[in-house]
Design a protein around this ligand. Structure first.
Ligand SMILES: *[C@@H]1O[C@H](CO)[C@@H](O)[C@H](O)[C@H]1NC(C)=O
Ligand SMILES: *[C@@H]1O[C@H](CO)[C@@H](O)[C@H](O)[C@H]1NC(C)=O
Ligand SMILES: *[C@@H]1O[C@H](CO)[C@@H](O)[C@H](O)[C@H]1NC(C)=O
Ligand SMILES: *[C@@H]1O[C@H](CO)[C@@H](O)[C@H](O)[C@H]1NC(C)=O
Ligand SMILES: *[C@@H]1O[C@H](CO)[C@@H](O)[C@H](O)[C@H]1NC(C)=O
Ligand SMILES: *[C@@H]1O[C@H](CO)[C@@H](O)[C@H](O)[C@H]1NC(C)=O
Ligand SMILES: *[C@@H]1O[C@H](CO)[C@@H](O)[C@H](O)[C@H]1NC(C)=O
Ligand SMILES: *[C@@H]1O[C@H](CO)[C@@H](O)[C@H](O)[C@H]1NC(C)=O
Ligand SMILES: *[C@@H]1O[C@H](CO)[C@@H](O)[C@H](O)[C@H]1NC(C)=O
Ligand SMILES: *[C@@H]1O[C@H](CO)[C@@H](O)[C@H](O)[C@H]1NC(C)=O
Ligand SMILES: *[C@@H]1O[C@H](CO)[C@@H](O)[C@H](O)[C@H]1NC(C)=O
Length: 835
């Protein structure tokens, strides 16, 4: 077991091995074969279409889908919106499909048994994996953790789909999916016995007739053996087939897999893939029936609800503003009530100069207002535990939440800054700071806040806001209420970032941005003490920052922020903004659009038949090349022309090399990672008939590289109430010294770990994390363990996230093992032995 772990680490770090051919539906087929991703997407679309057709029938509404071509996400979203008489969002629907597909890779990046691919007639264990996976999806949905649910769903789908490629189910002439794979109470009948011969050798390269007649006649179920060891296959058994499956060189030679159209049984590829779609639909139906339509729609991202979180400073000096802050939050809550954008959950976390918490959660808006009303300012006037409160919120709130921090003071717990930054990048939650003027009681309402909080405090809030894609709004008691409008903008639906730059120190420059046909409600924000700007429209109109109500729109000033909501007519085309300032400023352009980008750093694994990749849960390494996966959501046809890593406050730009790997999916190679924090900018063309033209988007969050690497490998299954250990290695490419270590789980399990590790420059050190899931943790609960290492003096930080599952069942399968590293939809088996 240990030797396998070591090999896996090697592969992930350096792709030292050339792993053999993929043992599954392909990742980048060159010949029109279907991939796991396409199979999964097709199943999502068809299942949703069915659900919405039934809904329409139940409500006596029309239900129509375009019949001409292939079903698209946009078609289904439109039809479903009609069935439910409510606008269901395309952006989150595409996101859910992508997440299910991508998290497939993340979950699969562990060691695997043959069960995950239904190789070697390992049917019982394969079925166990699927039924446990389905149970895990249901548990996560019940807990409201839809990202986890999609993660488990992706993995279960992978195994289920592989059955139709690797077994002889199709060769048996089956016309429906094999239901016992998703229902553990049904018997697995007619499995080939261990001594049953199932195949004869192929005739030359022709394998169309290699399954034995008696197996076909008696409808005996078998699957191909797959290994790089010749000796693995018992006599008379079928092989998987393919160049790297050594068992297929041994009598009976050849294979039976249907991974692509050139596989041993490639003539059945299309039908096997179709059956895999039907089987995936059956799996989705099982989940829908068990969890209900409302939850199912959420799983599909079609009724995604948002979380609104407030982090409140209750230190004494805030008492002057707390009443006003309450008014602001109440008006935000009320404005969303009964609308399709009503948050599904509210979170409140107070902090003061003594402590922070507890975190309070509720789904009820009135209850939430009561909780806010109960807040009162405590004594004290010292710096507050702001980052502790924020860290708790980031940990507990679902990913991509909108978090608002109200404070008037400097920060006591500054040592948490880099940890909070890392959490922001991990969760992709947006944090907006409302800094209120603590000396408003002295009626100095015209005094810039900068003069009250130290410049370094304000800079820290600004840095954190920028990292998360949020803003820092500096207001006084009397202007706090105007902040409401900005908060409303932030929590609007389908928000996309067109451009976001920060300049410190400021320079005079002209910046242009493109407004594409899919964008609406385009808004320009400029923050800073003194920026002066003029906006130029594509049609030649212009408006300067001193004109509150001009030809291009209204400018609202809130403290240090100016917001220009561009009038709805004539927005399309290239805009220019000419801006200058004496001190730092930020410029942000957002709008509403279904067309957005998903950006992930990935690790590339070179394989025998082309590359494969897996999402990387760590900061990219500075000084080395890197690869990003970029997916354009919104169901449009696009050409991407530029993907750039742009240093946020420097001038470095790295231009990526783009390779299309799907209609709206791209792999982008960059030859290095910028030294400073950076954003990802994307430019391209929309090719749809309804919306043609140039478009641009930017990652809402900032990224950072690191010279520290953290690697961890484990069994990935923890048992409730039983301590579970995992080793990790920290390697430094920068200074040596005393590295601070932190570890936590997103479910707050108790975790023990070394508080520090001593590294020599360029060296590495090993540590061990032990965690215990409470004994009442439901079996099937997924969680994430984050391990952080911070260099001396906070000069660098990196983190690694490990996905784990709590399960009462012992996950160790006995018998034959192969080590699979599964990346995306393709698995490589490169070590196999008996245990
Ligand atoms: C999949 O299901 C559809 C609809 O029930 C059916 O028409 C089709 O034949 C099935 N495909 C296969 C390969 O069985
Ligand atoms: C969407 O979620 C809300 C809140 O739970 C629920 O009231 C509504 O019925 C859901 N809409 C649909 C179409 O399921
Ligand atoms: C803050 O503003 C609110 C409403 O504008 C007002 O009621 C309150 O008295 C103000 N507080 C201070 C300390 O000025
Ligand atoms: C606030 O300051 C600006 C310039 O700094 C000045 O023009 C304005 O009159 C001041 N307003 C008040 C209410 O003092
Ligand atoms: C920005 O554009 C304006 C008008 O086109 C021009 O006058 C100005 O020189 C430009 N400024 C810079 C810094 O390029
Ligand atoms: C633009 O924003 C307004 C509210 O500010 C909203 O009513 C409208 O629906 C938005 N437009 C679009 C296309 O979403
Ligand atoms: C990235 O770097 C590795 C090792 O330094 C090299 O083998 C690989 O070819 C590079 N990839 C690209 C796309 O440049
Ligand atoms: C990035 O590279 C592409 C292809 O070489 C080129 O067309 C494009 O102009 C470059 N973009 C920038 C901003 O340098
Ligand atoms: C962790 O490492 C130690 C020694 O380095 C080893 O004894 C132990 O078995 C490892 N634990 C795991 C879970 O791999
Ligand atoms: C490393 O730093 C921690 C506190 O940050 C300290 O407790 C520990 O003694 C240091 N270790 C060494 C070997 O200097
Ligand atoms: C850091 O990494 C670079 C490139 O991988 C290597 O050349 C250099 O020697 C490393 N430096 C240290 C201190 O490990």
């Amino acid at each position: 077991m240990v030797s396998m772990v070591v090999v896996a680490v090697f592969l992930l770090q350096g792709a030292l091995f050339k792993p053999p051919q993929a043992a599954a539906f392909k990742v980048f087929p060159a010949d029109g074969s279907l991939t796991h991703q396409q199979i999964t997407e097709a199943a999502f679309l068809r299942k949703m279409a069915e659900v919405c057709r039934d809904e329409a029938a139940a409500r006596g509404r029309e239900f129509t889908l375009p019949i001409n071509n292939k079903l698209t996400a946009t078609d289904v979203q439109r039809a479903c919106s009609n069935s439910y008489s409510t606008l269901l969002k395309i952006s989150t629907f595409s996101l859910a499909i992508s997440q299910t597909s991508i998290s497939n890779a993340a979950v699969d990046r562990k060691q695997f048994s043959t069960a995950h691919h239904f190789d070697n007639e390992d049917f019982k264990n394969g079925r166990d994996l699927i039924t446990k996976g389905i149970a895990a999806v249901k548990v996560s949905m019940k807990q409201g953790r839809y990202l986890s649910a999609r993660s488990s769903l992706g993995a279960a789908c992978h195994t289920l789909q592989d059955f139709y490629s690797h077994s002889n189910w199709m060769e048996l002439g089956s016309t429906a999916p094999f239901s016992p794979l998703i229902r553990s109470e049904l018997p697995l009948n007619n499995l080939a016995g261990s001594n049953t011969k199932t195949c004869k050798s192929c005739v030359g390269k022709d394998c169309s007739d290699n399954i034995l007649q008696e197996v076909l006649q008696q409808k005996i179920l078998t699957s191909g053996y797959f290994s790089i060891l010749l000796s693995t296959k018992p006599g008379g058994k079928c092989s998987h087939g393919g160049l790297f499956d050594r068992t297929s060189y041994r009598d009976p030679t050849g294979g039976i897999n249907k991974d692509d159209i050139s596989s041993s049984h490639g003539f059945l590829h299309q039908r096997a893939a179709e059956m895999a779609i039907n089987a995936t639909i059956e799996l989705l139906e099982d989940i829908r029936v068990a969890t209900g339509n409302v939850a199912f729609l959420r799983l599909m991202g079609l009724n995604q609800t948002s979380v609104l979180a407030f982090v409140f400073d209750t230190t004494g000096s805030m008492s002057n503003n707390i009443a006003e802050a309450k008014t602001v939050t109440f008006s935000i809550i009320d404005s969303r009530r009964g609308t399709s954008e009503e948050p599904s959950e509210y979170i409140l976390v107070p902090f003061n100069d003594q402590g922070f918490g507890p975190l309070m959660k509720t789904e009820n808006a009135d209850k939430f207002k009561e909780l806010i009303n109960l807040l009162s300012a405590s004594d004290g006037s010292n710096p507050g535990m702001c980052l502790s409160g924020l860290q708790l919120t980031l940990t507990e709130a679902p990913p991509s939440s909108d978090i608002f921090v109200f404070t008037d003071a400097s920060v006591k717990d500054t040592e948490l800054k880099s940890a909070v930054e890392a959490m922001m990048q991990i969760t992709k939650s947006t944090v907006t700071f409302l800094l209120t003027n603590s000396i408003s009681s002295r009626s100095q309402q015209n005094v810039s806040l900068s003069r009250l909080l130290s410049q370094s405090d304000i800079q820290m809030y600004r840095d954190l806001a920028h990292i998360s894609g949020g803003q820092t709004i500096e207001v006084t008691n009397s202007t706090l209420s105007q902040g409401t409008a900005v908060i409303m903008d932030v929590i609007a639906a389908d928000l996309v970032t067109v451009l976001y730059i920060e300049r410190s120190p400021a320079i005079a420059e002209n910046v242009s941005f493109v407004v594409d046909p899919s964008l609406s409600n385009v808004t320009v924000y400029v923050t800073g003490d003194s920026p002066v700007f003029t906006l130029y429209s594509p049609t030649g109109l212009s408006q300067s920052s001193s004109v509150a109500n001009g030809p291009l729109g209204n400018i609202l000033t809130v403290g240090n922020l100016k917001r220009l909501k561009i009038r709805s007519d004539n927005q399309r085309g290239e805009w220019k903004i000419s801006i200058s300032a004496t001190s730092s400023y930020t410029l942000k352009v957002i709008g509403q659009s279904a067309v957005d980008v998903l950006i992930y750093f990935v690790e590339i694994i070179e394989g025998g038949h082309g590359d494969s990749w897996a999402q990387s849960f760590t900061r990219p390494f500075i000084g080395r090349n890197a690869t990003l996966f970029v997916s354009v959501t919104g169901g449009v046809s696009v050409t991407v022309t530029d993907v750039l890593l742009v240093e946020a406050s420097g001038s470095d730009v790295v231009n990526g090399t783009i390779k299309a790997v799907g209609v709206t999916d791209f792999l982008v190679n960059v030859d290095r990672i910028p030294e400073g924090a950076f954003v990802v900018q994307l430019k391209g063309l929309l090719n749809d008939s309804s919306s043609t033209g140039r478009f641009q988007r930017q990652s809402p969050i900032q990224y950072k590289g690191s010279r520290i690497t953290i690697t961890a490998q484990s069994q990935n299954i923890a048992q409730p109430g039983v301590p579970f250990s995992l080793n990790f290695t920290v390697t430094s490419n920068t200074t040596g010294g005393n590295y601070t270590i932190r570890a936590r789980t997103d479910l707050g399990f108790s975790v023990s770990f070394p508080r520090y590790l001593i590294l020599v420059a360029g060296g590495s050190a090993q540590g061990s994390v032990t965690l215990t899931a409470p004994s009442d943790t439901e079996s099937g609960t997924d969680f994430r363990l984050t391990i952080e290492a911070e260099a001396p003096g906070s000069s660098d930080l990196n983190y690694a996230i490990v996905q784990l599952t709590v399960s009462t069942a012992n996950a160790i399968f006995s018998g034959f093992y192969s080590l699979y590293i599964c990346l995306s939809f393709s698995c490589f088996c490169f070590v196999s032995h008996f245990v």
